[in-house]
Write a protein that binds this ligand. Structure first.
Ligand SMILES: O=C[C@H](O)COP(=O)(O)O
Length: 264
């Protein structure tokens, strides 16, 4: 039985990573919106967001705005800097100007492949909030971390660090993504996801207070598919999913969004 917390609208977020150019993005978003509309998806019951590459965002914004599509969108990363000589960087102000609602910060691929530190993640969170973007903060342990420290220690420490400069978080989203589950087909069990999500909610409570802890959505990410999403959504502290590979297939992503059809 799924009980939807009235303070936390479930969020299904598709992180396209470095896939789909701007023309493919337009076709994808149109098809996604049409297929969800055809299926009478209730966008007030489950929010849907896509995270295209930077070069697609203007096209996605224009389409969503012109056709008044009930989809949210965001970027996959942001600079901690406001402006200046930072070749290749994209500021939070630029993203806000493109009407992004969200920005993913601290994805494990950034932490691993670009050596992003907890301090840089925290600075990016502050930069995003400064432009009224909702930071979607990713945390998660590697297989080695899991063996060494157990399931919650690393994600909890990463979240604490990410919130270091946040005093008044109007709106944030947290994604628990065990690194060993990303793109591996070896998803965490719903119980594992719930265990860590509950610990992350405690961190939110301790650092930002009960109200923020109650209203903050905590997503699970890592090999989410239409066949396993419903089981995660039955867990009381899991409020949605950050989907990678499966978000690139319109039909599959649409079925993930429509998980309510498959839960008792
Ligand atoms: O941001 C999304 C995650 O990295 C999950 O990716 P995945 O669904 O391909 O495992």
């Amino acid at each position: 039985m799924v009980t939807i917390n009235p303070r936390r609208t479930p969020l299904i977020a598709g992180n396209w990573k470095m896939n789909l150019d701007h023309l493919q993005a337009i076709a994808f978003v149109q098809k996604l919106a049409w297929s969800l509309k055809d299926a009478n998806h209730d966008f007030t019951a489950v929010e849907v967001a896509v995270f295209p590459p930077f070069t697609d965002i203007r096209s996605v914004q224009t389409l969503i705005s012109a056709d008044k599509l009930p989809l949210a969108f965001g970027a996959q990363d942001v600079s901690a800097q406001e402006s200046g000589a930072f070749t290749g960087e994209i500021s939070a102000a630029f993203l806000a100007k493109l009407e992004c609602q969200y920005v993913i910060i601290g994805h494990s691929e950034r932490r691993t492949l670009h050596n992003e530190t907890d301090e840089q993640v925290a600075a990016k969170v502050t930069a995003a909030l400064g432009q009224n973007l909702v930071p979607l903060i990713c945390v998660g342990e590697t297989a080695a971390d899991l063996e060494l420290h157990g399931p919650s220690a690393v994600p909890v420490a990463q979240l604490r660090a990410a919130l270091a400069g946040v005093s008044n978080a109007a709106d944030i989203v947290v994604a628990y993504e065990p690194v060993w589950a990303i793109g591996s087909g070896k998803a965490a069990t719903p119980e594992q996801a719930e265990q860590v999500a509950a610990q992350l909610r405690l961190v939110l409570q301790e650092t930002l207070g009960q109200d923020v802890a109650d209203k903050t959505r905590i997503l699970y990410g890592g090999s989410v598919k239409s066949g396993n999403i419903a089981a995660y959504m039955r867990e009381p502290n899991v409020d949605g999913a950050l989907v990678g590979g499966a978000s690139l297939d319109v039909t599959e992503f649409g079925n993930i969004v429509r998980y309510l059809k498959h839960v008792g």
